[in-house]
Design a protein around this ligand. Structure first.
Ligand code: SF4
Ligand code: SF4
Length: 346
């Protein structure tokens, strides 16, 4: 009874008749569930009660730092392209608004949302592997168990050979997006990668930093820079460190300052020297990571299981290719300098 009380979709979810052994992704077809008997079935939306594709749970958006003035947005889709269709009881994608980030693809345990020249939702109403629940309480428990099981199945969201073209497309859309969409994009990307992150509440002029995040027991100020002003991001982050030190009693030595940018600054830009000087003089390492590298982690790995310090790059070494490849255990098929993703463009 307790479970049903908190849900208003108790009668609309689907149950699997047979648990799949694997989820197969092939570039040319929809994702498939592979059953024990060897049969394959198109995945379908299970009308899941938690709507993982659309919303984060309250726990996932809990601020990483007590009393930090956060923006408690629960939507997973940063551009507002994914909406719930009450009539069909499944999500729908507005292709005009979709930036193809793949967050919803990654979040759906059933893998009913997939990339294939855009983002699609699979709604196989006559899928022989599912049935409508009967409304009994233990159906709800079974549904939860099945969703947890589906989540545990490995799945590659995107073929590695497509990374460059998809990133180029996403970058093209992000460049023109509102700053609120960009910031939500970075926050959601980090949360999905398992890093609790909160954006500063709009209008709070005293806190200043764009966001705050947590890895292990360490908290870090986060600056999001999608334009060419990375030099100012390195200076802003010093402000953030001071604010966290004075107002939240976080010693500067235990903070993990991070700049998330779209493109690394060119080799001649002052950013690289400033980062090195700050380290030499203040002993503070400001890490830098690009959205593109975070996206590759999203499509390729389960979590961003890394030490952010590994992404400290400065004037003496401006490339994050070696560290990203060793952590992902793949050769990233992206040309040198491409979009300033792994090393500066010039
Ligand atoms: S698309 Fe996936 S995550 Fe979204 S409601 Fe359907 S089953 Fe749940
Ligand atoms: S791919 Fe990204 S932008 Fe498109 S619907 Fe999914 S979450 Fe929204």
């Amino acid at each position: 009874m307790k479970i049903f009380k908190s849900r208003n979709t108790a009668n609309s979810f689907f149950l699997l008749k047979d648990e799949p052994q694997a989820i197969i992704f092939d570039k040319s077809s929809k994702p498939l569930w592979l059953l024990k008997d060897g049969s394959k079935h198109n995945t379908t939306c299970l009308h899941c009660t938690e709507k993982y594709c659309l919303q984060f749970s309250p726990l996932e958006i809990q601020p990483p730092l007590k009393n930090f003035p956060t923006l408690p947005i629960k939507e997973v889709c940063p551009s507002g392209a994914l909406k719930w269709d009450d009539k069909r009881q499944c999500p729908t994608v507005d292709s005009q608004k979709c930036i193809q980030c793949g967050f919803c693809v990654k979040r759906c345990p059933a893998k009913a949302i997939y990339f294939q020249n855009g983002i699609h939702v699979s709604m196989e109403t006559n899928n022989i592997n599912v049935y409508q629940n009967s409304g009994r309480e233990n159906d709800s428990e079974l549904h939860d168990k099945q969703m947890a099981y589906l989540k545990s199945l490995p799945f590659q969201a995107l073929n590695i050979s497509e990374y460059s073209s998809v990133i180029r497309e996403i970058y093209g859309k992000l460049i023109h997006a509102d700053s609120s969409v960009r910031e939500l994009f970075v926050r959601n990307l980090l949360i999905i990668l398992g890093i609790p992150t909160s954006l500063r509440r709009t209008g709070d002029v005293y806190t200043r930093m764009d966001a705050i995040y947590k890895i292990g027991s360490k908290v870090g100020p986060l600056e999001i820079e999608f334009g060419q002003d990375t030099l100012s991001a390195s200076r802003r982050i010093l402000d953030d460190i001071a604010i966290l030190h004075t107002r939240y009693k976080l010693d500067k030595m235990i903070q993990l300052p991070l700049v998330v940018c779209l493109t690394l600054p060119n080799a001649r830009q002052g950013y690289w020297q400033v980062i090195r000087d700050i380290k030499k003089v203040e002993k503070i390492s400001i890490s830098t990571i690009t959205v593109g590298v975070l996206l590759i982690f999203l499509w390729h790995a389960e979590k961003l299981n890394i030490n952010i310090d590994d992404y400290y790059i400065d004037y003496d070494n401006m490339s994050m290719r070696a560290v990203a490849e060793s952590q992902l255990k793949i050769k990233i098929p992206i040309a040198e300098g491409f979009l300033g993703l792994l090393e500066p463009q010039k």
